[in-house]
Design a protein around this ligand. Structure first.
Ligand SMILES: Cc1ncc(C[n+]2csc(CCOP(=O)(O)OP(=O)(O)O)c2C)c(N)n1
Ligand SMILES: [Mg+2]
Length: 525
C-alpha cells in the first residue's frame, strides 16, 4: 500500500475478508481512503467511475474467489471501455492452489478467470515480484491502451516481510507517430472533398488539434459515446454521438475520406454489426491490433493520439486543401435536420427530459448512464460541451453500472457535479450501493427512468411475436427504498419541479433518488 501511495493512489474501493486482512493493515498505515462497497461488483464499477472522473487508475481491494467473481462485471466493463483499473485480490494459500482441498474461497486458476478481461492477471508467488508487477500495471495505465490489471495475493504471501523499500518506476514514453505516415495521411486528407472525422475515447485530449483539422478541411465530426464532447456539441461541425441516427450513418458511409481516431467503432455505439464506410480510412490508435481490425486503414498510424493529431494538424497547415469549412458546416446542418425529422415519439419525450436536465446542470457535470432507453437517446440528445462528461458503456452494456460509477466519480472528483441515470430494471442490479453513497454523504442525484419494464427487451419480444416472458418485473416503491437506505426520494410533477429537485440534490447532504415515470402526464403536456 505504501508503494501504491507513492504511485498516487489515494482511494481504494473494497470489501474486506479474512484473506485480505493484511492489506487493510497497509491501508490504515498509509491513510489511503477506503470506500466500502456493499457488493464487489459495486467496488469495480466505483473504481471505474473514479478512473473516468480523475484519469487516474481506480483501485479495488477484494477477497479471492467470490470477491473476484462478483467484481468481474465491473472489471470486464473497464476492459471493454479501456479504463485503468488495478484489482488487488486475495487468493487461497499458494500451497493449496490447484489441489482441490476445498480451501476457503478457493477458485481454480483464479488468475485465468480474469485473464480474458484484463491487460494481464498475475498470481503473485513472492512479495519481491510486486514492484515489477505494479510498474508493469502503471505502464499499461500510462503508456499503452489503458485496461484493468488483476493481481492475486495469496493469504500466505500477504503477511510476508519485505527486505527493501519499494520505489515507483517510471512509465515508458508514449509511442510517437511516424513522420512519413503523417505526411501520407495529410496528403489524403488534403485531397478529400467530403471528409469526416470519427473520434472515440482514445482521442480525449486532442481538442485543439481536432478543431484545427476539422475546420481546415471542413470535416463533420462524429463521436462515439466515449468521444462525446471532445469537440463541443455546439460546434457547427459537430454531429455529436449520433451514430444511432440514420442521416449521420449515411454521412459516414458517403464520406470520401474518414479520419478515425482512438476508437474501435464499437457496435455498442450504433447497434449494428458493422457501420458502412466506403471512403479511404486514415486511422490513429495506440493499440496496433485496432489498426488492422475490421475497419481496415489505408494509413494506419500507431501513436498516442494527442501527438499524432498535433503532427497531422501541422502537416495540413501549409497544404492546399479541397474540403471547405463552409461546405462542411452546411452538410452538418442538413444531417442534423434530417436526424431531427426522424425522431420517434418516445425519443422526443426522452429529448424533452434531457433538455430539462441540461438546463439545470452545470456544464462540467459528469453523467453516468445505464443501459436504458432514455440513455440510448441521450447519446445524441444530451448536449455536451466538454469531454469526459458523458459515460455510457454501450459496448459491454451491463445493467447496473450507472449508480456505482457515479459514486466513484463523485468520490474521485468531489468538486464536480455528478448524476446517474438508470432504468427501473438497471437500477435494481446495484441499488444496494445507495447505502454506500448515503454513508459517504454524497450529493448525488440518481435519476430513475421508470417504465415498469425491461422495455428494450419487451420491444424485442413484441417485434418478433414472442410472448412477454420475464420482462415486466414489479418495481419497488423507489422513494421508500431510497429513504430506507438513507437517501432522499422525490417524484417531480413537472419540468420545473424536475429542475428544482436536481438543483437541491446537487447541494444536499445525501443522495437523492429522482423518479421520472415514463407515463407521467406532464411529460406529454
Ligand atoms: C447484466 C445484463 N443482463 C441483461 C441485459 C439485457 N438487457 C438489456 S436492456 C435490458 C432492459 C433494461 O431495463 P431498464 O433498465 O428498465 O431499461 P428500459 O429498457 O426499460 O429503459 C435488459 C434486460 C443486460 N444488458 N445486462
Ligand atoms: Mg425499464
Amino acid at each position: 500500500m505504501q508503494l501504491l501511495a507513492a504511485y498516487g493512489v489515494d482511494t481504494v474501493f473494497g470489501m474486506a475478508g479474512t484473506m485480505t486482512l493484511e492489506l487493510y493493515r497497509g491501508i490504515a498505515a498509509t491513510g489511503i481512503r477506503h470506500v466500502q462497497c456493499r457488493n464487489e461488483q459495486g467496488a469495480s464499477f466505483m473504481a471505474d467511475g473514479y478512473a473516468r472522473a480523475t484519469g487516474k487508475p481506480g483501485v479495488c481491494t477484494v477477497i479471492g474467489g467470490p470477491g473476484v467473481t462478483n467484481a468481474a462485471t465491473g472489471i470486464a466493463q473497464a476492459y471493454s471501455d479501456s479504463q485503468p483499473l488495478l484489482v488487488l485480490s486475495g487468493a487461497s494459500p499458494a500451497p493449496t492452489q490447484g489441489k482441490g482441498w476445498g480451501a476457503i474461497h478457493e477458485l481454480n486458476d483464479q488468475a485465468a478467470v480474469t485473464a480474458g478481461f484484463t491487460a494481464f492477471s498475475a498470481m503473485v508467488r513472492y512479495p519481491e515480484e510486486l514492484p515489477e508487477l505494479i510498474a508493469r500495471a502503471y505502464g499499461v495505465f500510462r503508456s499503452a491502451r489503458p485496461r484493468p490489471v488483476h493481481l492475486s495475493l495469496p493469504r500466505d504471501v500477504l503477511p510476508a516481510a519485505v527486505a527493501a523499500e519499494w520505489q515507483p518506476r517510471r512509465a515508458p514514453s508514449l509511442p510517437m507517430p511516424d513522420p512519413a505516415a503523417i505526411e501520407e495521411a495529410a496528403e489524403i486528407l488534403a485531397r478529400a472533398r467530403r471528409p469526416l472525422i470519427f473520434v472515440g475515447g482514445g482521442a480525449v485530449g486532442t481538442r485543439p488539434a481536432l478543431t484545427a483539422i476539422a475546420e481546415r478541411i471542413g470535416a463533420p465530426v462524429l463521436a462515439s459515446n466515449a468521444g462525446k464532447g471532445i469537440l463541443p456539441d455546439s460546434h457547427p461541425l459537430s454531429l455529436s454521438c449520433s451514430v444511432l441516427q440514420q442521416a449521420s450513418r449515411q454521412a459516414l458511409a458517403d464520406a470520401d475520406v474518414v479520419l478515425l481516431v482512438g476508437s474501435e467503432v464499437a457496435a455498442g455505439d450504433h447497434f449494428l454489426a458493422k457501420l458502412e464506410i466506403c471512403g479511404e480510412i486514415v486511422r490513429i490508435d495506440i493499440d496496433p491490433t485496432e489498426l488492422t481490425s475490421m475497419y481496415a486503414a489505408a494509413v494506419p498510424i500507431q501513436a498516442d493520439a494527442r501527438a499524432a493529431m498535433r503532427a497531422l494538424s501541422a502537416a495540413l497547415a501549409d497544404r492546399k486543401v479541397l474540403g471547405q469549412r463552409a461546405e462542411g458546416e452546411l452538410r452538418v446542418q442538413e444531417i442534423r435536420a434530417r436526424n431531427a425529422a426522424q425522431l420517434t415519439a418516445l425519443e422526443k419525450l426522452h429529448t424533452r427530459v434531457w433538455h430539462s436536465l441540461r438546463q439545470a446542470l452545470p456544464e462540467d457535470t459528469i453523467v453516468m448512464g445505464d443501459a436504458t432507453q432514455i440513455v440510448y437517446t441521450g447519446t445524441f440528445a444530451m448536449p455536451m460541451e466538454r469531454e469526459r462528461c458523458w459515460y455510457y458503456s454501450g459496448n459491454y452494456c451491463a445493467l447496473g453500472p450507472a449508480l456505482p460509477m457515479a459514486i466513484g466519480a463523485r468520490i474521485g472528483a468531489p468538486q464536480r457535479p455528478v448524476i446517474a441515470v438508470a432504468g427501473d430494471g438497471g437500477l435494481m442490479f446495484t441499488v444496494n450501493e445507495l447505502a454506500t453513497a448515503a454513508e459517504e454523504s454524497l450529493a448525488l442525484p440518481v435519476i430513475v427512468w421508470n417504465n415498469d419494464a425491461l422495455q428494450a427487451i419487451v420491444e424485442g419480444m413484441d417485434e418478433r411475436g414472442i410472448p412477454r416472458i420475464g420482462v415486466e418485473p414489479r418495481s419497488p416503491d423507489f422513494l421508500q427504498l431510497a429513504q430506507s437506505l438513507g437517501c432522499h426520494g422525490v417524484r417531480p410533477a413537472g419540468t420545473q419541479q424536475l429542475a428544482h429537485a436536481l438543483r437541491e440534490a446537487l447541494n444536499a447532504d445525501r443522495p437523492t433518488l429522482i423518479e421520472i415515470r415514463e407515463d407521467s402526464p406532464w411529460l406529454r403536456a
